[in-house]
Write a protein that binds this ligand. Structure first.
Ligand code: SAH
Length: 437
């Protein structure tokens, strides 16, 4: 989501006549888009800004420095008080104002700008893409369908930094997707904090289908679009209408990122997640019945306040039962003004660390076996472009969202093709296209 926001700001600046600098050493403007979900992310952004300001001062350069995104929203003016070299602080509902503010700062008409106010309809402003900003053509694009979150999980800062849920109109989204497809995009990922809550307040159910499923159907109808994904959903959004969409809509890839957070009902309740372990497992069963090959990933927090050995064991058992294809495991990080930060029985850092290691080991062991199961099988991939690690190779993704690296060339980019999987590495498959051709 942050990447998508950054892309939209970059596209806005390019449209205004700015060009992308090859590196931060030569840039006249440096904006850091920030995440506040964990303290580590905030510290990284602060350190990065300190180092940028230090280097610029040493070289007697004075690029415009700015923070945008969640940390800008929650800290506002304090960021400039602490780091006086910062010129711009742009909140989460103000990304579309970046060019105007930078123009003012560069022209010297305004010295420093802090804008973290709410703005009506800002959700509809994240719509410009940079597809051809670089030499490569994008095959896959992200579309931001809503902003904000109303779930108020007790550990999470997002509702405070991103505001209330606000959704864009279906027609507007279909227009944006159509435009992307006309520019060569083959795969679209719909984005939202809780993407499955899309349009809940504004779009009534139709034939028992939620607004989100109605949007999936409308995007599915676009000719030339090959694949649809979405992230991040909340388990509460997996009603039978969405399960049924997986069975009905062939462009909807068999892949789901379904954050579980904990395997203990007691902790799920304290987290204010709104489902039980059994409910979650029921969703997984239904999804696997609809699409047996579905890839399932998740987010889990270890060391939430009050988490006992027994609670943690239930999370381990859930991980063994579900057999996730991939999981992002986080050590609980207390966030200011969230209820969990004030809860009793905060877990010592060392124990959070231990549980993190233990869970990762279990999950990664299971995932490695699942990746090895692909060896010898044929997989359909959408080719995205050169591999990051080795530009002589290409990379693509299976429908179940596994990365496949293979020997190929530029003409394969954007193609849907079959490869034979020959080897499995860490969260990567290696394939051979020639065997099948
Ligand atoms: N709504 C988004 C949330 C993004 S945050 C989503 O569902 O993906 C991504 C993950 O960060 C969350 O799912 C959660 O596992 C983790 N997270 C959020 N707050 C956290 C905190 N205070 N400490 C540790 N991990 C946290």
């Amino acid at each position: 989501m942050n990447e998508r926001d950054s892309e939209a700001v970059a596209a806005q600046l390019v449209a205004r006549g700015y060009t992308l600098a090859p590196s931060e050493d030569t840039a006249d403007v440096i904006l850091l888009n920030t995440c506040s979900v964990r303290d580590l992310a905030e510290q990284k952004a602060l350190n990065k800004m300190k180092s940028l300001a230090g280097v610029a001062n040493k070289e007697r350069r004075s690029p415009v420095l700015g923070f945008m995104g969640c940390m800008a929203q929650s800290r506002g003016q304090k960021l400039i008080d602490e780091l006086p070299d910062v010129d711009l602080v742009l909140g989460t509902q103000k990304f579309h104002r970046a060019a105007e503010y930078l123009d003012n700062i560069l022209a010297g008409t305004r010295e420093k700008i802090v804008d973290v106010a709410e703005e009506k309809d800002s959700e509809a402003t994240i719509r410009e893409h940079l597809l051809n900003g670089s030499a490569k053509k994008s095959v896959s694009a992200f579309v931001s369908i809503m902003q904000g979150c109303n779930q108020y999980c007790t550990f999470c800062i997002v509702p405070y930094t991103r505001g209330e849920e606000r959704s864009r109109a279906i027609a507007d989204l279909v227009d944006e997707c159509r435009e992307l497809v006309s520019r060569g995009v083959k795969e679209i990922t719909l984005l939202g904090q809780i993407v499955t809550s899309y349009g809940k307040r504004d779009v009534p159910l139709r034939d028992g289908k939620s607004a989100f499923v109605q949007l999936l159907e409308a995007v599915h109808d676009i000719d030339g679009l090959e694949r649809i994904r979405f992230t991040s959903p909340h388990p509460k959004g997996y009603g039978d209408d969405l399960i049924d969409a997986y069975a009905r809509l062939p462009k909807l890839c068999e892949s789901a990122h379904l954050p579980v957070q904990s395997g203990s009902d007691r902790i799920l309740k304290l987290m204010h997640r709104g489902y039980t372990r059994e409910k979650y497992l029921g969703i997984i069963r239904k999804l696997r019945a609809a699409r047996p090959r579905i890839g399932i990933s998740t987010d889990i927090i270890v060391g939430f306040p009050g988490e006992t050995e027994q609670d943690f064991e239930e999370t381990m058992a859930l991980a063994r039962e579900v057999e996730f294809d991939q999981a992002f495991v986080f050590k609980y990080s207390p966030r200011r003004d969230t209820p969990a930060a004030e809860m009793p029985d905060q877990i010592p850092q060392r124990l959070r660390e231990e549980r993190n290691q233990a869970l990762l080991q279990t999950i990664n062991g299971i995932a490695a076996r699942k990746y090895e199961d692909f060896i010898g099988r044929q997989a359909e991939i959408l080719v995205e472009g050169p591999s990051k690690k080795n530009s002589a190779r290409l990379t693509g993704r299976t429908r179940c969202n596994k990365i496949v690296v293979f020997e190929g060339d530029e003409r394969h980019r954007g193609q849907i093709m079959d490869v034979k999987i020959t080897r499995a590495g860490s969260f990567t498959l290696y394939g051979d296209a020639a065997i099948l051709m």
